[in-house]
Ligand binder design. Sequence first.
Ligand code: MCA
Ligand code: AMP
Length: 481
Amino acid sequence: MTSLFPALRGATADRPALRFGDRSLTYGQLAAATGALAGRLARYDRVAVWATAELETAVAVVAALEAGVAAVPLNPKSGEKELGHILNDSRPGLLLVPPGAELPAAVGGLERVDIDVHGTGGIAPDSAAQDGDPALVVYTSGTTGPPKGAVLPRRAIATTLDALADAWQWTSDDILVHGLPLFHVHGLVLGILGPLRRGGSVRHLGRFSTDGVARELNAGASMLFGVPTMYHRIAETLAGDPELVKALGGARLLVSGSAALPVHDHERITATTGRRVIERYGMTETLMNTSVRADGVPRAGTVGVPLPGVELRLVEEDGSPITSYDGETVGEIQVRGPNLFTEYLNRPDATAAAFTADGWFRTGDMAVRDADGYVRIVGRKATDLIKSGGYKIGAGEIENALLEHPGVREAAVTGEPDPDLGERIVAWIVPEDPESPPALDELADHVAARLAPHKRPRVVHHLAALPRNDMGKIMKRALHD
Ligand code: MCA
Ligand code: AMP
């Protein structure tokens, strides 16, 4: 098997690899720690990782990949219902945990192994893993039902990271800074595995803050990754923060993704720092599809051009491809290439529905293409998918959770524009008892405890009845009217 991380075996032992707060590992130390752990994992098909924003998560995921074992990153803030579903669906052989982490009851009797970031003595076993073998199973929300596990093969991870290296001129000299969570593609694959595949390094902030970004960029970091909410907070802070202006001004590359960065925020950042943020477009299922290139023309409001190896087309409602790049004709983005996932775990129905007969993946994103091939995303097919803070959240799973609250008779969930989060989650409730309807805080806590805190509603409206059509289907557009 070829390792996904050649630098672990190269003559780079003293080079810094990872830094989280005041703890760091060189490539030599990372090779020792992952080698020691990989030996314990090799006999499993899949292992789960309690993916806190700490050094342990990076070590555990790299160890699994070195052992040729698929890793299932878990959001440590997942509520009981979400966690129960993911563990029941993915059936990991064991759970890798930072020492001392307290685990909720939903973890059940799963064997727990503490992650030792200073482990030594082992060497990564010579795994027989092939390019098409699963590397990660990442859970992602759909419009209805519980999240689905996207199975990402080793090939997809290698291809996407190498395509980004080409587009961004990303090398071992780069030092990345970010504060993204490590249980999704953006923070984990791009933000941790990316620098390690290049033989470069990453400094993780533990949690995002504009101060942390300013500090690290002013202390030698060259690249910043973030979701639009983070760039929005940067844009808000810049005017009164010369250190942050200097930091962004000196960075080699500022990259935004996971949702659209509003043109206003692009413009504010450029006006103050002279720098342009570039956007790339991806999905859990496809990893990265397009990007504005480091050597290309940055243009606010576009996600750039297809990455090397990615085939991309826009199709009409009836599935026929749009052939003219006129910047106006809207179609659904479909993609094909080695960057794609192989399947949704245990969901052949959903996997089949996601692809056309000739292997194009239906993204559900609507876009136009300019004459020079630049892609501009203009919307999404499904109104029941909400993007809040860069997290994808399905209206259906929140509605189901709300209906499990004793004070809720009927529930509908929508997203509405939010300057900070992009969209915020709104719950429309018909209470069991109109005299004492459940309050926002109570419903937010209920959803946070069952699903995850970022899925909690931020606004609640109480109604006497939900608007329904003749078929009894809730008319969500009528709610906002
Ligand atoms: C608040 N909190 C609660 C409750 N209310 N906890 C339990 N119960 C409650 N009722 C906690 C939250 O957990 C959080 O804790 C803190 O209070 C603040 O919550 P929140 O307001 O949600 O956080 P925020 O500060 O607004 O977060 C903004 C953020 C975050 C930092 C931008 O949304 C974020 O990290 N987004 C990144 C999403 C992402 O990586 N998406 C990539 C997926 P604490 O702060 O301790 O957590 S997309 C992808 O991967 C594709 C491939 C792509 O293209 O990239
Ligand atoms: P997820 O399923 O969480 O991986 O989110 C993937 C979705 O995020 C895509 O289908 C897009 O709708 C959205 N997305 C990712 N990057 C961008 C971007 N740069 N601009 C607009 N939308 C984006």
